[in-house]
Write a protein that binds this ligand. Sequence first.
Ligand code: 3PG
Length: 307
Amino acid sequence: MAKVLVATEKPFAAAAVEGIREIIESAGYEFALLEKYGSKQELLDAVATAEGLIIRSDIVDAEVIEAAKNLKVVVRAGAGYDNVDLAAATAAGVCVENTPGQNSNAVAELVFGMTVMAVRNMYDGTSGTELKDKTLGIHAFGQVGRNVARIAKGFGMEVSALDPYCPDEVIAEAGVKPVHSVDELYSGNKFVSLHIPATAETKGSVGYDLLMKLPKGGVLINTARKEVIDEEGLARALTERPDLKYVADVKPGNAAELEEKFAGRVFFTPKKMGAQTAEANINAGLAAARQVVAFLSEGIDRFRVNK
Ligand code: 3PG
């Protein structure tokens, strides 16, 4: 019987795990679970006999692919797949998929959890500000960006978005103003929410120059990836502009330095929490299970990312 392994260092909610088990087993596959593993070796041992693999931000590099001799499909239950070595997977004939949109509302809600926290001075008891009538720039108008726009409108914010891959009409239809350059996005919005993926092109692309363009009292909210930030540039901008704040669902490499120097102006979740809700776990986990089954049983690869 072919085995499907769920390997999640950061576990899904229990209800999601049970739903995944049900889908895998009722399709006639063996279900295996590796959660909260403490070493890569545990993952290497567990994947050795798996034909299907479901992961979250777990690292699937060339060594993992090499160890997984029977592997046919990896589904990243979530959006970003920068944690999977696509070239190694393609070379080994392994299909890689993600589950776009399934956890995007959860991430978008956390954007506002952290934004409100920032404007209320990290809940330190002092007088803060409101979001109503303030400007928000959405950097990339994908699934998360669109949910952020929807929620921002509920707060009464004025919303703009930059996305060279998304037609202006799609942005405008959502009641959002399309902008066409990073300069325009950062200089025209007090709040900027990052939703760009981490690619060779975007890594280190948000740093000193863009942060310095933010209007007075600017807040950068990062629920994307830490790699898109130029961390030195961020530290420099926070030093030169005491009015700026940075809140992130992704602890930067220089978190300790930033927390010490800019206490009250920076906040980082201890672990990536954006998609860590029961609903997002169920949506993304069950979608991943269905996709693994569809691939193993019928070769369906609609969400393949390593074409
Ligand atoms: C994603 O890319 O889907 C999010 O960053 C969520 O990642 P997670 O599954 O590790 O919470």
